[in-house]
Write a protein that binds this ligand. Sequence first.
Ligand code: NAD
Length: 455
Amino acid sequence: MNYEDCIAQQRHFFNTNTTKDVSFRIKELRRLRSVLQENEELLYSSIYSDFKKSKFETYTTELSIIYHDIDLAISKIKKWTKKKRVFSGLTNLPARSYIIPEPYGTILVIGAWNYPYQLSLCPAIAAISAGCTVILKPSEVPSNTASTLAKLINQNFDPNFFKVIEGGVQETTDLLKIKFDKIFFTGSVPVGKIIYQAAAKHLTPVTLELGGKSPAIITKDVNMAMTVKRLVWAKFLNAGQTCIAPDYVMVESSVHKTFLEAMKTEILNTDYQVENHNYTQIVNDKNFERLVSFLDNPDKISLGGDYNAEKRSIPPTLLTNVEFSDKIMQEEIFGPILPVLSFESIEEAITKIKKLPKPLSCYVFTKSNRIKKKVLDEISFGGGAINDAVMHFSEPRLPFGGVGDSGIGQYHGRYGFETFSHQKSILQKSFLIELNLKYSPYTKNKLKWIKRLLS
Ligand code: NAD
């Protein structure tokens, strides 16, 4: 079946109003949970064959988040779908005003490769909970993972409701020629621009979950042991291939040396070995070569720097003496290389960070309330953490999304439901009375009363 027909059939199914029934949504979400649970071993083996992601990381950073999103949606859908009463003004009394969340319709979800299950399924879960039908196009880069998703979804769901279409640039380009009611894209900034342009041709609303260079700021007063423990975990999880990983560190110059030594000790105490299921491969040769090209100056390598092309493995690597003008500071690193820069004053750090596009995340490790406030007030970023990194993603009550170059829109929990819902505003009047004030003839007396009423 061609793409036009697939989408036309989903649209037709949506128009039967089946998905508007909350019990249908709950039943389909339960189905998704059991399909995933029954096939966990296949999910683990597929992602392991793609980039050696361990069971532990697959469960903690993918499956547990998906299960949690499903459970939260199931328990809250009835509340989320309720119409919301709001106050009606004097002009319309007697009347009721309310907002009805209305599903957008037929959705296209385009996934990224780095957390291939979670970044594909969590938006789909949000769309289903809002009452939409879903075409899911996972990233083609982890090919086993993509075909497992296609197999599990397409064998267990009505394609008129939820269907996976596999493919890369060509297939996505073809899909984008068709009108959807909403497109949810996770991926890079350049491709995000392509999606936005294609959506504009149909006036299709978009959510763009993009990337960028997320900074971590470290001041001299921190608990250094805890700071480096949290930072090392956040940076080298998934071998640095995480959209909200700290991309670079800015550390107060008086503790620069202490920080570097503590980072080295922490990394060396941790077993970052693919063979031991504690570390991930770089996803493909293209990304491996891109990352290796950042390691061309041995003078700047403080730890690591060696790599294994055959295994596509790069150990945790620390760089020092890095300038904002260096190549590595011009693009998102998206790998296990961490430049450590220093600053004299928080004002200097903020000024430098703000010269780059608005990041997806920002982290500040400090005990100083003044510095926390200054960073939150003065740097615009999607979301982040104080005295931690990455973990804000695990809070389903916090909306997740970027700002500026790091994205448009947000999801997770209730915010995901709202991302796929139009807020339909209704004013409901009765036939009890009708004031004559707004009707012609427009007399001076009427204007006097209108001024009183509306002021
Ligand atoms: P990507 O932009 O290369 O690919 C994302 C999707 O777009 C894939 O499904 C791919 O098939 C499709 N695509 C690629 N080129 C296309 C084109 N020319 N036309 C149409 N579709 C195209 O991104 P990626 O390499 O999969 O992921 C890495 C990027 O995603 C990083 O920048 C990272 O920060 C970002 N990311 C963001 C989030 C987030 O939640 N904000 C999460 C994960 C990754």
